[in-house]
Design a protein around this ligand. Structure first.
Ligand code: C2E
Ligand code: CA
Ligand code: CA
Length: 671
């Protein structure tokens, strides 16, 4: 005996009823699992569900048997009324039946068996499930051709069954291509995922709940259920107010609400606060559309490691939160690690562009850290900020003394705007000395901030915050004004100034506007291009951004020297170096401090010096602190040194005194 096709079986399994399919002789061809389970649980006879059993014998009396006779044309989908079976085992059931086309055109019958108490009155009198449970139901094959349609589909789509069957859905309804339904159908078919959404149907002015369910290996079942317009609008509004449009994750308000609900259930949980490193650069380097796409893809990738009941939210811009439920008794787990692994994967955009994004992750734990939703979020954010400061490790757990860090950061962030000079912001100068002649070869400008409340701050701290919050351009321009004014004044007074290097952070390199301002300020203060130098660091921007290259070439065209800072810490860029207009390389302090430790590290320094010479760049050693280091460097041909051995960064007036007004400098040395 032939059994039902797999696809049909799967469809039947998805129906909410107990279902039995019989052939024309009343022999069971298929029983769905819930019916089999029910019979077994209630110790009903095998013959009620087993394939091959004569079901009609058991099920119906002659009267019913008569009623079950199907019409000549099973395709019309005419449906019998429900009937009450005669057998006593069925006293608690109602049964409905309809013709069911079996393979190769044979007629069959499908029985929908309902426990009576569960059956709503309405459906007792109405027809088959497929006809009844949805307003329209159809089945598409791999090629998106209609394979099965119910009668309601005809009226919904306003096309007859004959025209629909075998036709391709997009050929028949070209106006649907490119719509949300089009995208959803294709996704459900290709990714084999169930998708539910709401759709408006113009001709009938109705909203439908649409359910797309993959069946078999390559089929797609489509269910349309009419919903009340009010309900839809209400739902849509609530959804809109609580959903982030980009990621479809919850927004801040909804996330907090959900978190509060979860906290009431007292399950241990980890809250991960994720901030994308330099996301602003992606927006600048490419454009906001790309930035949005990156976020979307990331959200999709992160969703894959979430369990269905775990939460994901986008609080703002590139601030994401994930809520992971820990198992009872489990202190910590590998979830943060899993999240990091997601970030380790490259992101492939629609145009096949590949982008990698790093993230700083902060974690707070319930119940250990707090049982208050707001606090848990703030604590995880604080831990994330901490992770950001400690570059290299991008993962940090909250601990209680971090609360003060957050207040501190907020204060710094707030004070980075407005009149910086009035807030204690200034600069110092550190000379670069030629060790064999003792002459000043150049000088580096370093920012300093004596904060009114916090006291002296490290530039590593406030430059980082300025970079993240976008105030770095304001800060650097302020510095340029101060430095240029200083240079102009002293050049006039002393008939020359050493070449003065200014640090430019990676995000500014990608800004055309910033460089326009730089050139404008040079004109304003009449700064000759050989008075200054810009210091840039090896970074992603250098290699991927065309704007960066344009900006650097514009500097080169004007004769502004370009120095590459912290050289040796980002080896990956070595190969690119030759393509960039770089005049000077600053050998990072970490290499200099290795001098004198062992032969191997000294050999590395030697080969780096050699490399820089080979590519024809000038060379400066940074952080030279001892005579031994200076001697080693000199012996190996690196003559320009910057470091505490020669001088600490000096206040401008001190610098002038020692390095510009030559007589006093000599006197002070001997005095
Ligand atoms: P950097 O550009 O590598 O600057 C050199 C750093 O090394 C300075 O730290 C300097 O004070 C320190 N240094 C110089 N000689 C020695 C030495 O012999 N031993 C030791 N241990 N350190 C030495 P500082 O001033 O704290 O600045 C730290 C970083 O902050 C700078 O590193 C730079 O990346 C950034 N920074 C400072 N000022 C600015 C600025 O105006 N703009 C930008 N974008 N970044 C700045
Ligand atoms: Ca520097
Ligand atoms: Ca440096």
């Amino acid at each position: 005996m032939k059994t039902l096709g797999r696809q049909t079986q799967e469809l039947i399994e998805k129906l909410p009823d107990f279902v039995v399919v019989l052939n024309a002789a009343g022999i069971i061809m298929y029983s769905n699992q819930s019916w089999v389970d029910y019979c077994c649980d209630h110790q009903l006879s095998n013959s009620l569900w087993k394939t091959g059993s004569d079901c009609l014998e058991n099920l119906v009396d002659d009267r019913n048997r008569e009623r079950l006779k199907w019409s000549k044309n099973p395709d019309t989908g005419a449906v019998e009324d429900s009937f009450q079976p005669s057998s006593v085992v069925f006293k608690n059931f109602s049964i409905r039946s309809r013709q069911f086309p079996l393979e190769e055109g044979a007629a069959g019958i499908i029985l929908y068996i309902h426990p009576l108490e569960l059956l709503p009155f309405q459906s007792l009198t109405t027809a088959s499930i497929l006809e009844n449970m949805t307003d329209a139901f159809y089945l598409l094959d791999r090629k998106m051709n209609f394979q099965y349609v119910n009668s309601n589909t005809e009226s919904l789509l306003n096309v007859t069954k004959e025209e629909l069957l075998g036709a391709n859905i997009w050929t028949l309804f070209p106006q649907w291509t490119g719509t949300r339904s089009y995208a959803n159908y294709n996704r459900a078919m290709q990714e084999r995922v169930q998708i539910e959404y709401r759709d408006y149907h113009g001709p009938s002015d109705s909203w439908f709940a649409v359910r797309l369910v993959p069946v078999g290996e390559d089929g797609l079942a489509v269910y349309y259920q009419r919903t009340s317009n009010d309900v839809v609008i209400q739902q849509a509004l609530t959804e809109y107010a609580s959903t982030d449009y980009l990621t479809t994750w919850t927004n801040r308000r909804k996330f907090e609400e959900n978190l509060e609900m979860l906290l009431k259930q007292d399950t241990p949980l980890s809250l991960l606060y994720i901030n994308l490193d330099n996301f602003k650069h992606i927006n600048n380097l490419y454009n906001h559309k790309t930035g949005d796409e990156v976020l979307k893809v990331l959200a999709k990738n992160l969703e894959k490691i979430l369990k269905p009941y775990e939460l994901a939210g986008r609080l703002d811009g590139d601030e994401l939160v994930l809520l992971h439920l820990r198992k009872d008794g489990e202190e910590l787990d590998d979830f943060p690690q899993k999240v990091k692994e997601v970030f380790a994967q490259a992101i492939i955009l629609e145009n096949s562009q590949v982008i990698t994004v790093n993230a700083s992750i902060g974690v707070s734990l319930y119940p250990q850290d707090s049982s208050n939703a707001n606090e848990l979020i703030t604590f995880a954010e604080t831990a994330m900020r901490n992770a950001k400061i400690q570059k290299g490790t991008s993962n940090s757990f909250f601990h209680s003394d971090m609360g003060t860090d957050l207040a501190r950061r907020l204060l710094i962030e707030r004070d980075l705007s407005g009149n910086l000079k009035a807030k204690g912001f200034h600069f110092v100068l550190q000379p670069q000395i030629n060790c064999s002649t003792g002459e000043t070869d150049g000088v580096e400008v370093l920012a300093r901030w004596h904060h009114p409340k916090l006291g002296p701050l490290s530039p590593l701290e406030f430059i980082g915050i300025a970079e993240e919050t976008g105030t770095i351009s304001h800060l650097t321009k302020h510095l340029l004004n101060e430095v240029f004014s200083f240079l102009k004044y002293n050049h006039k007074l002393y008939h020359g100034v050493p070449r003065t290097a200014i640090n430019i952070t990676p995000s500014l390199l990608t800004s055309r506007l910033f460089f326009e301002d730089l050139f404008r300020l040079m004109d304003k203060y009449q700064i000759s291009s050989d008075w200054i130098e810009i210091e840039i660091t090896e970074s992603e921007e250098l290699t991927v951004s065309e704007v960066t290259l344009e900006n650097l070439l514009a500097c080169r065209a004007r004769g502004i020297s370009i120095a590459l800072d912290d050289f040796g810490t980002g080896f990956s860029m070595l190969a690119y170096l030759m393509d960039f207009p770089i005049d000077k390389i600053k050998l990072d302090k970490s290499f200099i401090s290795k001098i004198g430790f062992n032969l191997k590290s000294e050999a590395v320094v030697k080969s780096l010096i050699q490399f820089v010479k080979n590519i024809g760049c000038k060379l400066v050693a940074e952080g030279v602190e001892s005579q031994a280091e200076a001697a080693f460097l000199e012996m190996n041909g690196c003559l320009i040194h910057q470091g505490y051995l020669y001088d600490r960064p000096l206040l401008p007036e001190t610098f002038v005194k020692y390095y510009l007004s030559g007589d006093e400098y000599e006197n002070s040395k001997s005095g």
